[in-house]
Design a protein around this ligand. Structure first.
Ligand code: AMP
Ligand code: MG
Length: 419
């Protein structure tokens, strides 16, 4: 088998194109919309959390000295001098022999150093709205600080609570709300103009015609773009003419996009106008990469906007996206470079390759402490269903053309790519 050598190796291609990307600008958005967005600045706490010592239980705030040695048979009787619901500011400082009824989250009164749970008193569990007793019998001694959440237990004022360049998770959003931040600085989501050139393509919902297929790549790619932190501007199906491709690209740029992405039309067919438009009216930085599937990948810029021309075959488009577009888009979105989730797998069947760096669809299973990989079907780049049935892409290094059963290779697992 001959090894094709006039193609750019994947690492060089990646390096070349990544240099063309930088993070988009930042914006402030309401916290209610911030989940999943990429934080653009470090967040330092302006206050302690909790901001004041408070009770973690419904019960009675007491002075521990007063209840020393108390138990069921030797209860201690204390005078209840205040009732402190959550949200109230205590007025009374507890003296010896005094207690205050206190609710979960209510501020500990001065003089108190612990809370005894309501279950450990003669007051017991009461109906909502019941007023505080005049006296309470305490059936249990408590240690200093028991059932009390001290000020600053969770976060100290001045502490960096969130570092930038990370997606905000639900709990991150929660802590920002605890800090009282109504809005947060995030990176704008990069907008990706997504074009589907091809005279054979029909929109979903249209009756299928002879020789035509449904346009499917844009649906898969829109989902991939969203996973990588981008927003999609759909440019739709575009006829296979130079003029139509040009018009669609210009329309996208007028509407404001950070990246242009298309599938198909970048090969050497008679109707492959995308590359020609780039070459003549933009800049073609890269064309044809030493990978399989996905060789006819083009990268360049059109009117200053970076442009990825992915191959039209659905599996090539998927792999080309994961290998090149995802890292670029993540960089634009303010996210750090991510490590691929790879594992060593053992081949359950022999495989052949053509010497390009190949990404083969496999089903990998874990048996006896080892991973084993088997192809999910014919590796034709139009066969998307074999990708549906795969949980990993087996990476056959450049230069390797055949491997026997039992050979060990890296496989790129999808788990991490789905989030
Ligand atoms: P091309 O590079 O334009 O020759 O396309 C290669 C293959 O991908 C052809 O079989 C096309 O029909 C197919 N293809 C191109 N674009 C799409 C698309 N948007 N959705 C599904 N298949 C496509
Ligand atoms: Mg085409």
């Amino acid at each position: 088998m001959t090894i094709i050598t006039d193609l750019t190796p994947i690492p060089q291609a990646r390096q070349k194109l990544m240099a063309a990307f930088s993070p988009v600008e930042t914006e402030r958005i309401p916290l209610s919309q911030a989940a999943g967005r990429v934080l653009a600045e470090a967040i330092c706490s302006q206050s302690d959390l909790p901001a004041f010592a408070n009770s973690s239980m419904d019960g009675f705030a007491i002075r521990t000295d007063d209840a020393r040695g108390a138990d069921q048979t030797h209860p201690v009787t204390l005078a209840v001098v205040e009732d402190i619901p959550a949200g109230a500011s205590p007025k009374v400082s507890l003296g010896a022999g005094q207690a205050a009824r206190i609710m979960t989250g209510a501020a500990l009164p001065p003089g108190a150093d612990a809370v005894v749970r309501v279950e450990d008193t003669d007051f017991g569990l009461r109906d909502p709205g019941s007023s505080a007793p005049k006296r309470v019998q305490v059936y249990q001694s408590v240690a200093v600080g028991e059932n009390v959440r001290p000020r600053g237990q969770d976060v100290r004022a001045g502490e960096t609570v969130l570092n930038p360049d990370r997606r905000l998770r639900p709990q991150d959003v929660g802590v920002l709300a605890m800090l009282g931040m109504p809005d947060v600085p995030v990176y704008r989501r990069p907008r990706v103009g997504l074009m589907s050139p091809g005279d054979e393509l029909l929109p979903l919902g249209a009756p299928l015609e002879a020789g035509k297929i449904y346009e499917s790549n844009s649906y898969m790619l829109a989902a991939l773009i969203a996973q990588s932190g981008g927003d999609v501007a759909r440019l739709g199906i575009v006829p296979d003419t130079m003029e139509a491709v040009r018009q669609s690209l210009q329309g996208a740029i007028a509407g404001g996009v950070d990246l242009l992405l298309s599938t198909g039309g970048v090969s050497v067919g008679a109707f492959d106008y995308v590359r020609a438009v780039l070459e003549r009216e933009g800049e073609l930085i890269l064309w044809r990469v030493n990978m399989r599937p996905g060789k006819p990948l083009a990268f360049g810029s059109y009117q200053g906007v970076p442009y990825f021309g992915l191959p039209g075959n659905p599996v090539s488009a998927y792999v080309g996206f994961q290998v090149f577009v995802r890292p670029a888009l993540r960089k634009m979105a303010g996210l750090p470079e991510e490590a691929r989730l790879t594992r060593k797998v053992c081949l359950s069947e022999p495989i052949e390759s053509d010497g390009r760096e190949s990404y083969l669809r496999v089903s990998a299973t874990h048996q006896g402490g080892k991973w084993f990989a088997r192809l999910t079907g014919h590796q034709g780049s139009g066969n998307l269903y074999s990708l549906v049935n795969a949980n990993a892409l087996l990476i056959v290094p450049a230069g390797v053309t055949s491997l026997p059963v039992g050979a060990e290779l890296e496989a790129w697992f999808f788990e991490g790519l789905d989030s």
